[in-house]
Design a protein around this ligand. Structure first.
Ligand code: CA2
Length: 144
């Protein structure tokens, strides 16, 4: 069983409400429900979904995942490009880390091209839309 924490960072609570041309039409609740359903059908183990607009709260949840979760799927939002604190917290987590970006950050503004989190991630998914979260779960299930 792979217990998985799905973490979403700032502004991702607005999914489906603004900028559908970039982030799609699904709401965060839709994405979280699809992740829960897929994890169950893959026999992956329980998923816990959380979203915060606050860097420190994301750090707290990553710390709490130490010893309690086997994997973290994280879309750090704009903190990807700025947060050493989230990178440090992930570096203290022993399990697998998959970084997800809904958009292809490399095809966007230059300030989005670098993610601090990618230095720790076992895998990085960008540009698959919200399907990226499901691809992350399939990857984790395949690894067992
Ligand atoms: O492509 C991604 O998933 C991002 O992590 C999304 C972040 C952005 O800062 C990163 O560069 C790439 C922004 C999330 C904002 O989400 C919204 C969704 C709907 C409406 C408004 C914002």
């Amino acid at each position: 069983m792979t217990k998985t924490l799905i973490l979403n960072g700032p502004n991702l609570n607005l999914l489906g409400q603004r900028q559908p041309e970039i982030y799609g039409a699904e709401t965060l609740a839709d994405v979280e429900a699809a992740c829960t359903d897929l994890a169950q059908s893959l026999g992956l183990g329980p998923v816990t979904c959380r979203q915060s607009n606050h860097e420190g709260e994301l750090v707290d949840w990553i710390q709490e995942a130490r010893g309690t979760q086997d994997a973290i799927v994280i879309n750090p939002g704009a903190y990807s490009h700025t947060s050493i604190a989230i990178l440090d917290a992930l570096n203290a987590f022993e399990g697998r880390v998959v970084e997800v970006h809904i958009s292809n950050i490399h095809a966007r503004e230059a300030f989005r091209h670098h993610s601090h989190v990618s230095a720790r991630a076992d895998a990085v998914i960008a540009g698959l839309g919200t399907e990226g979260y499901l691809a992350a779960l399939r990857y984790l299930a395949r690894l067992g």
